[in-house]
Write a protein that binds this ligand. Structure first.
Ligand code: COA
Length: 700
């Protein structure tokens, strides 16, 4: 675990560059530390001053006669290295380097930043920044930043790679009354990054929800480890701008072409239980939802409304977000029927009608909340002459007290007339929106998190017998010795065998006689394919002959393929012809892998064959930590799954074998980082077992 205590709860702070001159950053930071109510010792550092704001100033941190936990540095970039060196010598534990002018300005800045990191390493100091606004912890309390705003105390930790975004949010938070436990500007992330602060916030009893704005992730594997542990403790909600580099890589495999540029982040976040917000609005809607509402037990939503149209919109939204409209118990329906006007809709959405006053809302809400088939409730209100916004809000708050396990959200669809009620609801900690969509999106976030919490932890490495790593290594060695990066079919079939992936038998023949001999060994019918790493689309050059039943057909096919290929591609180096056992037709699938720069291998599964890129029926997961359960989820996301379960009277395919093979492919690409891309297309799935027909592997 990372100990960032010296940053978030320092016992003493030095502000290097503190100055009595108003309008300077060093002045603002120094005043912020003092005005935040910080209880530890504060040391202003400025060679020109004897005293600042009544506190003794020192020319350097090393001149301070006491221990300094954290030094906040706000001097020009050219001086930062000397200051850091001085802090190191003085035994400072951590630095927050506000100064800009490092990596972000080009190669000279990058060089300076590297030297700064090295200095910190030499002295065992941790560093936030450089190029940051600073950090705030409202519970310590400390404001070691130059933000103009010190936020309200709260339970949300906000980590932001953009300083501007951070100060804007802080300013806004005051206007809407939102509180934070801590706020950290991550800047250039030369040492500490979101990973360290996610870890810290996950263990911080004052933090209930962790929010991140990030532009990139530098250490994918560590991020996944830390974030998946954190997400099991408290919700981690991330907004990620920009796209990953996976899309920028030239992809030669199907899988590579299918993986969109931002896909790896999406998959990584989902797999480690992070909730990804699509907009800043959603990020903070979710933050409020998680900070204020309980996590519902399930996905069944009830809607209580005083108007039909918004009720329908909300219902559509519930379904669009993958939630379910709750089906009430008979008793609930009976009670609603007996006590609401005859024109009311007593099924979900419950329409208490336009003339509903607070008592009618209260009655309907009480029945709906008490129904065991309801997990969460959205209350819609449109302002008409008789609407009682305040009294209805009181009724909602009573229900919140009476049913603390069920989230209740408001959507008060109006402006001035409902403002009093809406403010009252929000102040009392019930998320209130102007329209139903964000209310339902927030419930969807809560439901998703409930699924994260309910998923038991599983060991991805558990019992995978019959793995021969040495065998694979030996093949790669031979391929590299041959100065090749693309493997032959006979080699990939051998690799598959080493990892227990059932591949149709393949042998390389270098003469018609040898081809006949191999065909007789494996048994007819067979397929012949030209073996040349340069030829990616063998059929297009007449390089494939299928359904060969006799020795004579094999001999003839061998000669024809050679003639065709020499005709089309006279320069291509041909290693011979592969003889492959012709397998009975099964459901055609693809299993593939493309590598992402941050997160490593991404496994793809979907409908295979020649229409892969057209149909795009593919789902992805990170190979890292891929469990059998996650593979099952992955299969379920595709249309291929419906086929595999037995479509229109067909027998179901061997799902267990499929899950096993995907696990083995994941193990193979995790074990061998030199595998750059891999496609198995098609894999035939049978009632009993599978057969991998065409395995392509490119190494780097
Ligand atoms: N130790 C202690 N104090 C020192 C010092 C040292 N080694 N060297 C200089 N100082 C003092 C200066 O004397 C000055 O105090 P004074 O005003 O009383 O004379 C103070 O530190 C600041 O130095 P100065 O040269 O005036 O710098 P500055 O205030 O103009 O700029 C930064 C310093 C850090 C604000 C500026 O370099 C910077 O990076 N600005 C951008 C910050 C930013 O945007 N960060 C990212 C946000 S997302």
């Amino acid at each position: 675990m990372n100990d960032l205590t010296s940053m978030v709860r320092p016992e003493s702070v030095a502000v290097v560059g503190a100055t009595p001159k108003p309008g300077k950053i060093g002045h603002t930071i120094f005043n912020n530390v003092i005005n935040s109510g910080y209880q530890g010792k504060i040391f202003p550092i400025n060679p020109k001053e004897k005293e600042i704001a009544g506190l003794q100033a020192y020319p350097a941190v090393s001149e301070v006669p006491e221990q300094v936990d954290m030094a906040v540095i706000a001097v020009p970039a050219a001086r930062v290295l000397d200051v850091a060196e001085d802090c190191g010598r003085a035994g400072v534990k951590s630095l927050a380097v506000i100064t800009a002018g490092f990596k972000e300005v080009g190669s000279e800045g990058l060089e300076l930043e590297k030297r700064l990191v090295q200095t910190c390493k030499n002295y065992g100091m941790r560093m936030l920044g450089p190029n940051v606004v600073g950090l705030i912890d409202t519970h310590t309390p400390i404001n070691a930043s130059f933000s103009a705003t010190f936020p309200k105390k709260g339970e949300i930790a906000f980590l932001s790679q953009s300083g501007a975004m951070l100060v804007a949010i802080l300013d806004w938070s005051i206007a809407v009354g939102l509180g934070f436990s801590k706020v950290v500007s991550l800047g250039n992330k030369a040492d500490l990054s979101e990973i360290d602060f996610i870890e810290e916030a996950a263990n911080d009893p004052n933090t209930k929800v962790i929010l991140c704005y990030i532009e990139d992730i530098v250490d994918g594997p560590r991020f996944l480890d830390v974030a998946s542990r954190a997400a099991r403790k408290k919700p981690v909600i991330v907004i990620k701008s920009g796209t990953s580099q996976a899309g920028a890589q030239a992809a030669s495999s199907h899988t590579g072409a299918l993986a969109g540029s931002d896909l790896a982040y999406d998959v990584a976040f989902r797999q480690c239980g992070i909730i990804r917000a699509k907009s800043m609005t959603e990020l903070f809607d979710l933050a409020v939802a998680f900070a204020k509402a309980p996590v519902p037990k399930g996905n069944r939503v009830a809607i209580v409304t005083n108007s039909g149209g918004p009720g329908i919109i909300a219902t559509d939204n519930v379904e669009a977000m993958g939630l379910t409209m709750a089906r009430f118990e008979k008793e609930t329906i009976d009670e609603l029927r007996e006590n609401l006007p005859a024109e009311s809709n007593i099924y979900n959405p419950v329409d208490v009608l336009g003339d509903a006053k607070a008592d009618r809302y209260r009655f309907a809400l009480q029945k709906v909340c008490a129904d065991p088939n309801v997990d969460s409730v959205v209350v819609l209100m449109c302002p008409v002459g008789v609407t009682q916004p305040i009294e209805t809000t009181e009724a909602i708050l009573e229900m919140r007290e009476a049913f603390p396990d069920k989230p209740i959200f408001g959507a008060y669809m109006g402006g001035e007339t409902l403002a009093g009620g809406a403010n009252m609801l929000a102040k009392a900690g019930v998320p209130c929106f102007t329209f139903p969509e964000p209310a339902i999106a927030s419930i969807s976030g809560l439901v998703h998190y409930n699924e994260v919490l309910r998923t038991p932890e599983e060991d991805s490495a558990a019992d995978l017998p019959n793995i021969d790593r040495k065998g694979v290594k030996a093949i790669f060695y031979d391929v590299l010795k041959d100065n090749r990066l693309v493997l032959l079919g006979s080699e990939t079939a051998e690799i598959a065998k080493c990892y227990g992936i059932p591949a149709a038998p393949v042998a390389l023949a270098t003469s018609p006689d040898e081809a006949v001999e191999e065909a007789e060994k494996m048994g007819f019918p067979v397929v012949l394919k030209v073996a040349s790493p340069k030829i990616m689309h063998k059929t297009d050059v007449g390089g494939v002959k299928i359904g060969l039943q006799t020795a004579e057909e094999v001999r003839q096919a061998y000669i024809e393929i050679m003639d065709n290929v020499h005709g089309y591609m006279p320069q291509a180096v041909i290693y011979g012809i592969e003889v492959q056992k012709m397998m009975p037709k099964g459901t055609e699938l693809i299993i593939g892998m493309t590598r992402d720069v941050q997160f490593g291998p991404l496994i793809a599964f979907g409908l295979g064959g020649i229409y892969v890129n057209l149909l795009k029926d593919v789902s992805f997961r990170l190979a890292r930590g891929l469990t059998a359960r996650e593979i099952e989820n992955m299969l379920r996301e595709t249309k291929a799954y419906t086929l595999l379960r037995g479509y229109r009277g067909e027998k179901p395919r061997d799902m267990a074998a499929l899950v096993d093979v995907i696990r083995r492919v994941a193990a193979l690409v995790n074990d061998f980082p030199e595998i750059a891309e891999m496609d198995i297309n098609p894999v035939f799935a049978y009632e009993d077992g599978l057969s991998a027909l065409d395995i392509k592997i490119t190494i780097s």
